[in-house]
Design a protein around this ligand. Structure first.
Ligand code: FES
Length: 156
């Protein structure tokens, strides 16, 4: 573990008493700090709470909020809900995949973008939709995808 990571994790753990019920808040805080949950961080959390590593790993994989791999600086979420699907959502997803050169759940090599899909973002009347950096993009078209990711022109 890098000294820097160790120091930051120790700081987080110092606020807790080591009871097993503290697992989720610790994981949340660690993820907020590191952007995801590195294996070595989960190991140390398991040790601190005197829990088997499999328990910590199991909880981290059970909840969608926890990420076990590094994410990009910008999170892109494409809606896969019914309203978006009937209005061409699948095509939008294909365009985004092509532009970024990644599939849902993946991050670009330069760690700039992570692509995810969501069940509905609650803007069905404006389908198909997607979210980039928490900003909802409405009535998407392949052309709008190209404009949004104009900096990724060469990524295939
Ligand atoms: S189904 Fe896409 S916003 Fe609701």
């Amino acid at each position: 573990m890098e000294p820097d990571v160790k120091e930051q994790l120790d700081k987080i753990l110092s606020q807790y008493t080591g009871e097993s019920g503290e697992l989720i808040p610790i994981l949340q805080e660690a993820q907020e700090r590191f952007g995801y949950l590195p294996g070595e961080v989960m190991q140390k959390i398991a040790k601190f709470l005197q829990l088997p590593q499999s328990t910590v790993y199991g909880v981290s994989t059970f909840y969608a909020q926890f990420k076990l791999t590094p994410t990009g600086k910008r999170i892109v979420k494409v809606c896969r809900g019914t309203a978006c699907h009937v209005r061409g959502g699948a095509r939008i997803l294909r365009e985004v995949e092509k532009k970024l050169g990644i599939k849902p759940g993946e991050t670009t090599d330069d760690r700039e973008y992570t692509l995810e899909t969501v069940a509905c973002i609650g803007a069905c009347a404006l389908a198909p939709t997607m979210v980039v950096d928490k900003e909802t993009q409405r009535k998407m078209t392949p052309k709008k995808v190209t404009e949004l990711f104009s900096d990724r022109g060469k990524a295939e």
